[in-house]
Unconditional design. Sequence first.
Lengths: 477, 267
Amino acid sequence: MSQPIRIHAARDFKERSLAALNDPAQRKNFRGAMDFLQMKRRAQFGDKDELTTLRDLGEAIRRYALANLPELLEQLERNLTANGIQVHWAETADEANAIALGIARRVDARLIAKGKSMVSEEVGFNHAMEAGGLETLETDMGEYIVQLAGEAPSHIIMPAIHKTKQQIAALFAEKIPGVAYSEDVDTLIRIGRQVLRRKFAEAGIGLSGVNFAVAETGTLFLVENEGNGRMCTTVPKVHIAITGIEKVVARLEHVPPLNSLLPRSATGQAVTTYLNLISSPRKPGELDGPEEVHLILVDNGRTQAYGDLQLRATLQCIRCGACMNHCPVYARIGGHAYGTTYPGPIGAIISPHLRGLEATYPLSFASTLCGACVEVCPVRIPIVDLLVRLRNEAQAREGSADATLRGSGAARTTLVSTIWNGWALIYSRLRMYRITSWFMSRGRAQSPVEQGAWTRSRTPLTPAPKRLRDLIKETNQ
Amino acid sequence: MEYAQGFSRDYPAKPADVYLFATCLVDQFAPDAGLDTIRLLEREGITVHFPQAQTCCGQPAYSSGYPDQARAVARQQLDIFPEPWPIVVPSGSCGAMLRHDYPKLFAADPVLAPKARALAERVFELTEFLVHVVGFAHDDSGAPCTIALHTSCHARREMGCHETSAALLAGLTQVKVTGQARIEECCGFGGTFSMRFPDISEAIVSDKVDSLRATGAERVVSADCGCLLNILGRAAKLDEIAGRSEATLPGEHIATFLWRRTGGEPS
């Protein structure tokens, strides 16, 4: 909550977004990809009535799960345990990593093959494992590219969306021994797969995320397109799944509607290539499957959102990424500029709970509140209302009733508060408004030519010679 | 916020009287749009009442994260429409503030919450009102022209007014409304967003100007002055930078355009 952090959060975001805006190649990548994804999604939801019904259902299922979260998590643990899946609870990122490291040491694993998991990004899993002497290998093609480049994902579904095939070709030729430069996409994928295929057999542990954890049956539901998720969860001797506590759903019958919304909203696919329902480790007599299955349930700040009835809606998210695919700001600055694991609108509303408002408050302001995200959200998260709420929190007076979150007040400055107090004084007192706007009209010739940020990009705003209220008075006389 | 769930609401019969909430932008920067709104309504035999006590809907503070200041300003608007007449707003954005955000802003206040809800029920965006309540039908007397329509995000996503704006323009026989790349995308204004993040805002509005220019339309028409000030201000700045003396992308409020096309005298 100290001053330097505040200044850095805003300045760093500005610097990163400016750098992104001034990178025409990357902007073209994002724009093209977002246009494509929007078109694909539109094609999936041609039937508006069906979409409305599905969204109603999706929202209701997620709200039901959150309304009963403590009971459902207990039920999930009971049923997973009965199925032979070991459940671990992690309040923080460090705890989650320590649990995974403990398992790795016990089974003497040296390599962890990873399926795609944003929660593992969130807790800094790879870094923690490497610090503990383990090797991690991303096996999702996009994640593999990003790991090879030493970068972070720029999108929650398409982690390497910021890269062109030329950049990937150069990366592969540089980093993978014996690989020649090729821009052919099929060749690039074949190269990546050859590397990965060898590694699955070596990995002592396979890590995966979870899309939905079914409390009723103790089942982990996981979707993916590349088969690497199936490999990570079946080939190594130990499978560790990691996910947030909000991913629980009550019943198995709640999965199909959500799974109808998820890939269609995310990539515009009717279904993903693979659906994995993981209900136990290898049973006696079975020929394959892991000998141990673990689930690490991560809080990492989610209970802060859960504790507030309005902000709880944040946890309805099923991580489809449609909000970022349709966001005019994300389309222009890309994912890295946000500086958080989750970028775009969902990143702006979830990150303050994970990392506190001091480090993340600029994100809630970096939106025009256009509502494109709300329009496409498959579970109807009221993102705009939540952004406004976070803006309130970020500028709330310390100790006031509006300051309820970690880091509340981090964006508050005396100057800006004073400006808004002055503004409210003028516009809430008719006499003040009349006088001020009268002077603005009369003084229009002296209107400043420099109007700060406005005139850097636009011609100056000039008041009309006569206000509407005066013109109406004149007409009525 | 209804957001693509359909915007069906019950519309009253054409009333004898309406209130005009003109918005602070129209009052100070675009009074012609206000006058033309009055003319359009009075031609239909409706008496338009303009409460002189109106100032601003409070949205600038509300969306900037200053709810107390927004409430102080919004509070002043709650008592200035005493008769049960419809309140017409020539802006989808300010209209959405009155209609959808006032009930939220005053939700915790036992006295003002019902007041805010009752007021919200009477709020209509201008084009919505012209289509659904007035049944606007006038002959187009202008010369053939091609225009582009920009609908604000709030008009589109909170009020459903992109359809009513389009319907009014479709009724003008000599007017062709062009298609437009990414018509549903924001213009990048976002109120104080344009001041807080000027570079991102400029990137978005520049793209909007590009796609509007690419239509070849002779002008852009919109039912929201905020978007118009942003888009036209950017287009004019680009003209200035390029040393062009003629505006390459002029534009006007839909009330002014409708009034002019259907035989009204210009302001």
